[in-house]
Design a protein around this ligand. Structure first.
Ligand code: AMP
Length: 184
């Protein structure tokens, strides 16, 4: 049973690696950013509420992402494991997740910290060219990452759940290191 949380700065390759690994393990890849972008595209209630935050690189309010994660982890396919990508993104969300997993009997999760230096992630994000990948919004997302999300490295380190993978290498090498680390 594999339950993994992917941590790391925007542009570290979390999405690509999480997707590859999820396919390999045949478990759902749950990306809160993807779910929000889809909701924005469809202009659902959730999408309309999230739009201004996502477009400016701010975090959407906890309640919105917590509700969607709770709903998604309650789906039948999440019983066989999952990879969470982009959630939790702050300590309050991590505390919420801890309680949720206990309540739905889905413990034993581990956390992969996919690390890469700023100049690498900025270059990758600029090359990607998503709507929220303008220079100004990228800068804001990195600030938000440092202030809100990076503290989760210690949070999960203290709980002995943290695994670290060097994101500053080729996609194939990251995949290889990742598979080694989670098998250990
Ligand atoms: P991502 O695709 O993970 O880079 O997420 C894109 C954007 O979605 C972020 O910049 C946030 O605005 C929003 N978002 C995704 N996940 C979360 C989360 N766990 N908490 C708050 N906002 C989120």
């Amino acid at each position: 049973m594999t339950r993994l949380i992917f941590l790391g700065p925007p542009g570290a390759g979390k999405g690509t690696q999480a997707q590859t690994l999820a396919e390999h393990l045949n478990i759902p890849h749950i990306s809160t950013g993807e779910i929000l972008r889809q909701a924005m595209k469809e202009q659902t209630h959730l999408g309309i509420k999230a739009q201004a935050y996502v477009d400016s690189g701010e975090l959407v309010p906890d309640q919105l992402v917590e509700d969607l994660v709770q709903e998604r982890l309650s789906q039948p396919d999440a019983k066989n494991g999952w990879i969470l990508d982009g959630f939790p993104r702050k300590v309050t969300q991590a505390a919420f997740l801890e309680k949720l997993l206990e309540a739905i009997h889905q413990g034993g999760e581990r956390v992969v910290n996919l690390d890469a230096p700023d100049e690498i992630v900025i270059a990758r994000l600029l090359a990607r060219g998503r709507k929220d990948d303008t220079e100004e919004v990228i800068r804001r997302r990195l600030e938000v990452y440092r202030a809100e999300t990076a503290p989760l490295i210690d949070y999960y380190g203290d709980r002995k759940k943290l695994l670290t993978v060097n994101g500053n290498q080729s996609q194939e090498d990251v995949t290889g290191e990742l598979q080694k680390v989670i098998a250990s």
